[in-house]
Design a protein around this ligand. Structure first.
Ligand SMILES: NC(=O)C1=CN([C@@H]2O[C@H](COP(=O)(O)OP(=O)(O)OC[C@H]3O[C@@H](n4cnc5c(N)ncnc54)[C@H](O)[C@@H]3O)[C@@H](O)[C@H]2O)C=CC1
Ligand SMILES: CCCCCC(=O)/C=C/C=C\C=C\C=C\[C@@H](O)[C@@H](O)CCCC(=O)O
Length: 261
């Protein structure tokens, strides 16, 4: 996909991985809608991006992705403002084992809703031009974490949903590619939550073990995740792909066995 003039919507775009991806897209002359719950951080990010790329290139929309009406409205406003939609990145995520039902709502249910909204605005089934959807999972979907059973479950769910729908997109000629990105530990504010009882609940007592895992596997920079994301966005051959990004192997893909009877 040639990026100049294209429009991307990123949930959780105000900070961390989402923000790094927004910068990479703006550098490629895309226009970007940052959809995020956190108004203060979102407006601060928008101000910084305006100074670097120009005010007209981005939009911040305060939105809780678990509020279906607000998420629908965020898509509508993005298309009203920029006239089209080409890239949807369902990235907003939380780590909360105490309020685990919220974790399912944000990390899985809202990813499903964001994917279906992306299809509404981009699928050839609806007379649109096509595009690409990237759903953010985690290496936790491959190396399950005893500290985060529900977080881990949501990240497994993101992969299953995305790969099944990617096949449907191909069978149905939607013109939309659906792929998954699985980072290992990344240096963002989310990582701070591993020591907090409010987030970890009863699993907080394993916090030292969690930190040992981070030491063992290393902590990546958000810019490397943005590099992987840009590769998925631009490589037209990718549909149903699961990209992993780790310290030991860098950017690479998970190999699935072909289906056999
Ligand atoms: N940081 C890490 O080590 C890893 C992160 N991931 C995943 O990457 C994604 C992004 O995470 P980070 O950038 O690390 O986290 P982060 O906490 O730095 O950023 C997440 C953003 O999502 C927003 N958000 C949270 N709940 C929301 C809601 N209900 N509605 C709208 N926005 C909401 C937050 O306000 C924040 O701006 C998440 O899905 C996370 O699970 C995956 C693997 C590793
Ligand atoms: C507080 C929330 C933190 C969320 C962190 C997260 O989502 C999960 C990270 C999980 C695990 C990272 C594991 C990395 C392992 C690699 O370095 C490597 O050993 C695995 C290689 C396997 C492969 O095929 O790449």
């Amino acid at each position: 996909m040639a990026l100049c003039g294209k429009v991307a919507l990123i949930t959780g775009g105000a900070q961390g991985i989402g923000r790094a991806v927004a910068e990479a897209l703006l550098m490629s002359d895309c226009r970007v809608s940052l959809v995020d719950l956190n108004r203060n951080v979102g407006e601060e990010s928008k101000t910084k991006l305006d100074a670097e790329f120009g005010e007209e290139k981005s939009l911040f929309i305060q939105c809780d992705v678990t509020d279906s009406g607000a998420l629908q409205d965020a898509f509508k406003r993005t298309v009203e403002r920029f006239g089209r939609l080409d890239v949807v990145i369902n990235n907003a995520g939380i780590n909360n084992e105490k309020n685990w039902e919220k974790t399912i709502q944000v990390n899985l249910t809202s990813v499903i809703k964001g994917t279906y909204l992306g299809l509404d605005y981009m699928s050839k089934e609806h007379g649109k031009e096509g595009g690409v959807i990237i759903n953010v999972s985690s290496m936790a979907a491959f190396l399950h974490s005893p500290h985060q059973p529900v977080y881990t479950a949501t990240k497994h769910g993101v992969i299953g949903f995305s790969r099944a729908l990617a096949d449907a997109a191909e069978l149905g000629n939607y013109g939309v590619r659906i792929n998954v990105l699985c980072p290992a530990f990344v240096d963002t504010p989310l990582l701070q939550t591993v020591s907090q009882e409010d987030n970890m609940g009863k699993f907080v007592k394993f916090k030292d073990d969690f930190k040992q895992r981070m030491d063992k596997f290393g902590v990546l920079k958000p810019s490397l995740i943005a590099e992987g994301m840009m590769r998925i966005i631009t490589d037209e051959s990718l549909n149903g792909a699961v990209m992993k990004i780790t310290s030991s192997k860098g950017i690479h893909f998970h190999n699935y066995e072909p289906l056999s009877a």
